[in-house]
Design a binder for this molecule. Sequence first.
Ligand code: HSE
Length: 309
Amino acid sequence: MVRVRVQVPATTANLGPGFDCLSLALGLYNEVTIESVEGGLEVVVEGTGSPSIPKDERNMVYRAARLVMARLGVSVGGFKIRVLCRIPPARGLGSSATAIVGGMLAANVLYGQELTRHEILELAGQLEPHPDNLAPALFGGFTVAVRTGDSVDCVCLKPPPGLRVAAAVPRYELSTDDARAVLPATVSHADAVFNVGRTALLVAGMAADKDKLFKAAMKDRLHHPYRAVLVPGLEEVLDAATEAGALGACLSGAGPTVVALCRENEQTIAEAMCRAFRENRIEADPLVLDVDRSGATLVEETGESDASG
Ligand code: HSE
């Protein structure tokens, strides 16, 4: 029997103005365990949001693992999959990406580690078209990931030391499809210029460890104005974060979670954001997280990996 267990971090995509490309990995982890067995498929899911996760061939960990096996030309009898969910699903914290990355990484370890992490990122594009949650889930830290034709260009930067994230996590789910459906087909030249400048500023601020740039650099005009209809109180929550001392704040991924970059008073900032949500009749929970700097990690490997299948 061969068993592989990996942990995969939560992620906040669309960081500030970096729609579909800039992200941070966060210190909250889902765990994925895959065991190769004689035959059939068994999926056990525990933790937050587990009842809504498919336990059959539609399971994302299973589909991701099968894609890796197909790429490696491996066939196998069966799988036992165990998923431990700590990341609330459909909140804009990258829980789907953890299933894809976890399934692919675990299968790659099971069958001989032939794929590089970058090859896994490329392959994962078959299950998730936007690389912005996948890249930090795989590599950790602050990532710039852009689909360029058939491939993904990805650079990982070390975030400034001591940077932490305060979050307000609303108690409702928002699907990425619904959040993409409210986006316009075109935007004004002025809004495009606004985002290009701030995206450059945010990358430069991260690379050069210049905190004071983040307040301006975290602003966005490409998705916040449109997604605000799905996230009541969004503007007030962003203002509450900076008024409470955050360096800058933005919607996390497709929402509804809002994240704030901080150096101190993280709990106070997270609670101020939740209060602003509550004033807009949205219940939300505070969360304070470190930035993850390692990405997905192998935590257990039992038995010998089987490269021959
Ligand atoms: N960039 C994506 C979106 C996030 O905002 O729709 C989920 O991949």
